[in-house]
Unconditional design. Structure first.
Length: 148
């Protein structure tokens, strides 16, 4: 079983590991809002398996493959007694829903926190056709609003 490693404080930063500009703006707004009391965060959390390499590949090639081809959770947050597995997207869409559900499953397998993992999407807008699915699959959705 893997260990999450060193956490960071949930503070606004100019850059977050492996986060696109549009996602960074949404995440920064969420942090500033203080809607939820986050005690610690982990960015760019790798989960799942890497792409298989041919037989005879070196240990270095395997490490490179692990670093580049495993799936990456945008943010894992420690909130109360649970861990939020967070997908940040401009729109809470079918893609975001599929990603966050997959990430939660892989997170629980990798880190053994089955009862503690909560799927969360932080976004600017929501596909209203998916409201039932978010509720059905117990996915929390936060819609960020920032000041221009």
């Amino acid at each position: 079983m893997s260990v999450l490693g060193h956490s960071q404080k949930p503070i606004v930063m100019p850059h977050y590991p492996h986060m696109l500009l549009e996602d960074r703006r949404i995440w920064t707004d969420f942090l500033k809002s203080e809607i939820v009391e986050i005690t610690e965060v982990w960015y760019d959390v790798h989960v799942g398996k890497s792409v298989p390499l041919p037989l005879g590949s070196s240990a270095m090639e395997q490490r490179i493959s692990d670093g580049l081809t495993r799936k990456r959770i945008d943010v894992v947050c420690h909130v109360g007694d649970s861990y939020w597995v967070v997908e940040i997207k401009p729109r809470a869409s079918m893609t975001a829903l599929g990603q966050v559900l997959t990430y939660v499953r892989l997170f629980t397998v990798e880190f053994g926190m089955i009862e503690l993992a909560q799927a969360v999407i932080i976004c600017e807008s929501v596909d209203e056709d998916l409201l039932y699915q978010f509720k059905e699959f117990d996915v929390l959705v936060y819609v960020a609003k920032w000041k221009e």
